[in-house]
Ligand binder design. Structure first.
Ligand code: CAA
Length: 282
């Protein structure tokens, strides 16, 4: 199937980055939010990124105009009716996803694919509440979505090979390098990344070193672009906790149990960069 029009559900940090990526790659892109305020915020995030790229000379005005013309915001999910692919990037909450998937299933044309950007929830469960489980898989982007080269394609036991082939081509057309993962909690990246981030929090809880020194150690000692606390703030402490909980739920491995400090920071609204305060202040 040739993908021409892409729908993105939600214009938050990941949804906006995904919509930006699709519009830049030449796809007619429609992003849907639940209210005008959130939609305006998501669109402003994308327009702002293009302005920054233009100010650095990475885009010219004609390209910015073309991208803007291809991107369309809406509050009405019915506008997804003629999309070939819809990518959902709503909150990491299974109840939310289980409400969304049947609604999308009822609106989209029969051959359209529904992809989830979930970082650790079961894509199998999302597919099971639709009449097209063969056309459902994960397509997990990394923050910042327009910059990070990787996407994880997540295959459930019901996803057809034709769907995987189409999604692989689609990912390549976005300039991404896809890897294929089975639908097990955490897929590839978070299965490895989450224990590392949680271990850093436990080190801080135990007073083994300061957060600044832990960050410096991993940046300069291992060549990571960001230390674990900077990355936690960047990804979002809430997102990290949900991912940890989902993997813990599946394996009951204490490595994935959210440390008390993480839970308390999330309860207090310290989500990281997006809320202005996490391990650092912004
Ligand atoms: N659109 C377009 N370009 C963007 C952008 C956006 N939204 N955001 C950043 N960029 C560009 C910048 O303009 C800059 O471009 P130039 O170098 O050409 O000027 C480039 O990206 C790098 O940005 P910065 O110069 O601002 O900063 P940096 O060099 O320190 O890189 C970073 C920033 C790419 C985020 C880098 O620090 C990094 O790779 N960090 C690690 C990020 C990471 O690990 N992400 C994965 C998290 S896990 C996850 O997301 C999954 C999950 O499920 C939890």
């Amino acid at each position: 199937m040739a993908v021409q029009k892409v729908g993105v559900v939600a214009g938050g940090l990941m949804g906006a980055g995904i919509a930006q990526t699709c519009a830049q790659a030449g796809y007619e892109t429609v992003v849907r939010e639940v209210n005008q305020q959130l939609l305006d915020k998501g669109m402003a995030r994308i327009y702002g990124a293009w302005e920054t790229m233009a100010s650095k000379g990475k885009l010219n005005q004609r390209q910015v105009d073309e991208y803007r013309a291809r991107l369309h915001g809406t509050l009405d999910m019915a506008e997804f009716a003629d999309c070939d692919v819809v990518i959902e990037a709503v909150i990491e909450n299974m109840e939310e996803k289980l409400r969304l998937f049947p609604a999308l299933d009822g609106i989209l044309k029969p051959e359209a694919l529904i992809l989830s950007n979930t970082s650790s929830l079961s894509v199998t469960q999302m597919g099971a509440v639709t009449k097209r489980p063969d056309k459902i898989c994960g397509l997990h982007f990394f923050n910042p979505a327009p910059v990070m080269k990787l996407v994880e394609i997540v295959q459930t036991i019901s996803t057809s090979q034709a769907t995987i082939d189409t999604v692989r081509q689609f990912a390549l057309s976005l300039g991404k390098t896809p890897v294929l993962a089975k639908d097990t909690a955490g897929f590839i990246v978070n299965f490895l990344l989450i224990p590392y981030l949680l271990a850093a929090i436990r080190m801080l809880e135990n007073g083994m070193a300061s957060k600044e020194d832990i960050d410096t150690a991993m940046k300069l000692g291992c060549g990571y672009p960001m230390g674990p606390f900077t990355l936690l703030d960047y990804v979002g402490l809430d997102t990290t906790m949900w991912a940890a909980e989902a993997i813990y739920e599946e394996y009951k491995d204490p490595l994935y149990a959210p440390p008390p400090l993480l839970r308390r920071m999330v309860i207090s609204g310290m989500y990281g960069r997006k809320s202005g305060r996490g391990f650092y202040e912004y």
